[in-house]
Structures are given as structure tokens and as C-alpha cells.
Write a protein that binds this ligand. Structure first.
Ligand code: LLP
Length: 420
């Protein structure tokens, strides 16, 4: 009968006709807080984090949540309290982590373009280590550490030439990508770095891409890194930690199967057994992606000769993934009111033809005023939002059991012109 929605992952589920997350009715939240609105589940975030903890078991490790996936302070605080460290890519992310009570000693700093100011801030804050991506960055780090009389702990980010077989914009481990240092050249860089003062060379890191549903490329990269570590140690570089990056994918559409974190980590730990390494990992999407939805309201239905459009109040400025990567997000009604489906493009109010959430999508029947959820929107959703078309950014809500609270208020028009 009627519309059979995408297999929702718990704790999202219909109770009778209404979509709930944990014990909260999403439509009640949308009516109270307005739309567009991001809603996240505390239970989902923590259980996904704990799957990583359990997967490592007693193997020495540190999970460094990739802040870029979702940097809301309340989510960072939740993860910090659960014991997480953080992978940052900017001074702004470090500021957020510290504001949220994160432990700087569990922070790794990644990225190809760290500025002098960011490096100083990170050294002064006492972060765990830098994942360095070039020789020029190493020299700068050495000179800044010397001036501050600090020692910078270093891992070199290695580009292992492994095809992550994911969308080209989120693949990072091939020879012509800007990321990392080529695996064939990196040993010489380690040797030169050993001669630089105020650096402690102790790690190898890699991140080959994001949204990997197949873990084989991650294991292929790991094998290459372990062989490299053996060569480095033989050459006198005392490697003690290996950062395997992030990248595990999540299901966005029916039929996609999520890699099982514990299976993947069991394979990783088995390969690393007995090597005396501390393992670091930088998951982002797999912790928060399925834990969040973007709620929106239908404004109009509009028919042209060739198409029908559902125009909603969220837009590409709220969730850019469909426009940027042609990413698929399932769209489900918050209340299953009507039987039957129809085919439509789901679009927002922004003045761009690229402002779409779905094309030729089989949709549950809906009317203006009805609420919809864009599913699996917890990662790379709000963090990529902009004020394009002078649209205030959405509010964010965190659900905990039968309770929920606003963890970022909706922007106002005054917010939008502040600073001009
Ligand atoms: N570590 C590094 C160095 C990274 O560059 C990334 C993601 C991560 C960890 C986390 O990867 P994850 O576990 O989330 O796959 N905006 C795109 C994704 C960009 C990913 C960038 N780097 C999207 O919406 O699909």
C-alpha cells in the first residue's frame, strides 16, 4: 500500500504514520522550530562512535573524529566526553574543539595549506601531532617550533596511489591529487626531516578518500603503508604511530550496504598485530552521516509540460551535496498521510538550476505545507551551508530520547549583515 520508503536506519523509524527519531516526533520539532532544520540523534552518534571503540578493542588506538563532517559544538562535546580525539584542518576547527572541551593532546592537524598562524596556534595549544603534506610545510613547522621552543610531533601524510573508487571530488589517494607526499618519494623526505630541529618524526598517515563502501582499497593502502613503515624503521626512522585516515561510507540509497566497522577494524588490527604501533583513525561521515536529517516544508507543487516540481523551503545553500556531487539523499514524508506516489524534481528557492535535491524522483504524495526529511544528512550538511541568496542558515537540534534542544539557533537577518 502506497509509498514504501527507503530502509530508514534506527533510531529513525515510523511509529504509525509519523516519523520519529528516538522518542521524538520529527513533525512536532519542525512545527516548533521551523524549517529548514537539521535534527541529529545523540544515540546514533554515540553508538556509531562506540562501534569504532569496540572494533579496536584492546589494540592501542585513538579515534580522531573528523571535525569537518559536522562541527556543531554540542556534537563535539558529546564525542569529547565519550573519549574522542579530533582531526582538524584549520585553526577554526581547533578553536571549536577547545570550546567544546576537547583534549588538545588528542588532536591531529591535517591539510595541505596550514598557515603560520594556524601552526602557532596548534603548537601553543599542545596538539598531539601534525599530519604534514609537503617539505615546505616541514621547514615552516621546524622554524616555528624552534622560535616557540616547542617540539612538533610529526606524521607525514603519504599518498599511496590507491584508487578509492569513489566520487572524483572526494577521492584523495591518487598520484595527481594535491594530497600527501608520493609514497615513492616519501622515504627521502623522512630522512631530510630527521635533520630538522624541533621536529619529532613518529608517524605515517594516509587518507585515500571518502564514502568508501568497499574497504578493499583501504586495506590495500594499509598494506603499502606497513611495508613503508618496515623500510623506514630499517632506515632509522622510529615510527610509532599509524593514522589510517577516515573514509568508511554510509548507505544513501536502497541497496547500498554499509561496511561493518568491527569487521574492517578487525582486519586492520590483524595486519598491525605485533608491530608496536598506536593506530589512529579519522572517521567523519560514518559517525554522524546517518545520525542526522534535514527537515524541510513543501512550499508549492508546480507542473510544466514535461515535469513536475516540488518546491521546498530548503535549498542548495542548506545542503549542497546533490548540487556539488550529484549525491543522492532519500526524501521521506514526516507523516505518511496519503497512499500513492508521483514523479517529481525536488528543488529549492535558490536562483540556480543546480539547486535541486532530487531529479525524476518517485515521491510519496505530498501537499504544500507538508514536511519532508532529507535522510542521511548529518555529515557534510550544515558545515557546507552558506548564506547564498542571503538566506539565513538553518537551526540545528539534538535529540536525546524523548527530549530535544536547539544546539544552534536559526540565523536572523541581523546575523547576516553583521560585520559589513
Ligand atoms: N581525514 C582527512 C584527512 C580527510 O580529508 C577527511 C575527509 C576525513 C578524514 C574524513 O573522512 P570521512 O570519514 O568523513 O569519509 N564533502 C564531501 C566529503 C569530503 C571529505 C573530505 N575529507 C561529501 O559531502 O561527500
Amino acid at each position: 500500500m502506497g509509498f514504501t520508503p527507503f530502509m530508514l536506519l534506527p533510531p529513525f523509524a515510523y511509529r504509525n504514520q509519523n516519523l520519529f527519531v528516538e522518542d521524538c516526533d520529527l513533525e512536532a520539532i519542525a512545527r516548533r522550530e521551523g524549517t529548514p532544520l537539521y535534527v541529529y540523534s545523540k544515540q546514533a552518534i554515540l553508538s556509531r562512535y562506540h562501534a569504532y571503540e569496540a572494533g579496536f578493542g584492546s589494540f592501542p588506538h585513538q579515534i580522531c573524529y573528523a571535525v569537518k563532517a559536522n562541527s556543531n559544538l554540542s556534537i563535539l562535546r558529546l564525542l569529547a566526553q565519550a573519549g574522542a580525539g579530533f582531526d582538524i584542518v584549520s585553526g577554526g576547527e581547533l578553536y571549536r574543539v577547545l570550546q567544546a572541551g576537547g583534549n588538545p593532546a588528542k588532536v591531529v592537524f591535517s591539510g595541505v595549506g596550514k598557515t603560520r598562524e594556524e601552526i602557532e596556534y596548534a603548537l601553543e595549544s599542545g596538539i598531539h601531532s601534525f599530519n604534514c603534506e609537503s617539505e615546505a610545510e616541514l621547514s615552516l613547522l621546524s622554524s616555528i617550533a624552534a622560535r616557540l621552543n616547542k617540539v612538533a610531533r610529526i606524521a607525514l601524510r603519504v599518498n599511496p596511489h590507491v584508487d578509492a573508487a569513489t566520487h572524483p571530488y572526494i577521492s584523495t589517494g591518487l598520484r595527481d591529487h594535491k594530497f600527501g607526499i608520493d609514497i615513492t618519494a616519501v622515504e627521502a623526505v623522512y630522512q631530510r626531516a630527521l635533520t630538522l630541529p624541533h621536529l619529532q618524526l613518529e608517524g605515517v598517515s594516509a587518507h585515500i578518500g571518502s564514502q568508501l563502501l568497499d574497504t578493499q582499497p583501504l586495506l590495500a593502502a594499509l598494506d603499502a603503508l606497513l611495508a613503508l613503515i618496515t623500510r623506514l624503521r630499517a632506515a632509522g626512522v622510529p615510527i610509532t604511530h599509524l593514522d589510517i585516515g577516515g573514509g568508511l561510507g554510509v548507505p544513501y540509497r536502497e541497496g547500498q550496504v554499509e561496511p561493518v566497522v568491527s569487521d574492517h577494524l578487525a582486519a586492520v588490527c590483524a595486519r598491525c598485530a605485533g608491530l608496536g604501533l598506536i593506530l589512529l583513525t579519522e572517521p567523519g561521515r560514518s559517525i554522524v552521516g546517518p545520525a542526522g536529517v534535514l527537515l524541510t516544508r513543501v512550499l508549492y507543487r508546480k507542473k510544466t509540460e514535461t515535469k513536475e516540481f516540488v518546491i521546498v523551503d530548503a535549498a542548495m545553500n542548506d545542503l549542497i551535496r546533490p548540487s556539488l556531487y550529484e549525491a543522492h539523499h532519500e526524501i521521506v514524508p514526516l507523516r505518511r498521510a496519503f497512499p500513492g506516489t508521483f514523479v517529481a524534481d525536488v528543488v529549492g528557492p535558490v536562483c540556480e538550476s543546480g539547486d535541486f535535491f532530487a531529479r525524476d524522483r518517485d515521491m510519496a504524495q505530498c501537499l504544500p505545507g507538508d514536511f519532508l526529511a532529507l535522510v542521511t544528512a548529518g555529515a557534510y550538511g550544515f558545515v557546507l551551508a552558506s548564506n547564498y541568496n542571503t538566506r539565513p542558515r538553518a537551526a540545528e537540534v539534538l535529540v536525546d530520547g524523548a527530549h530535544w534542544r536547539v544546539v544552534r539557533r536559526r540565523e536572523t537577518y541581523e546575523d547576516l549583515v553583521r560585520g559589513e
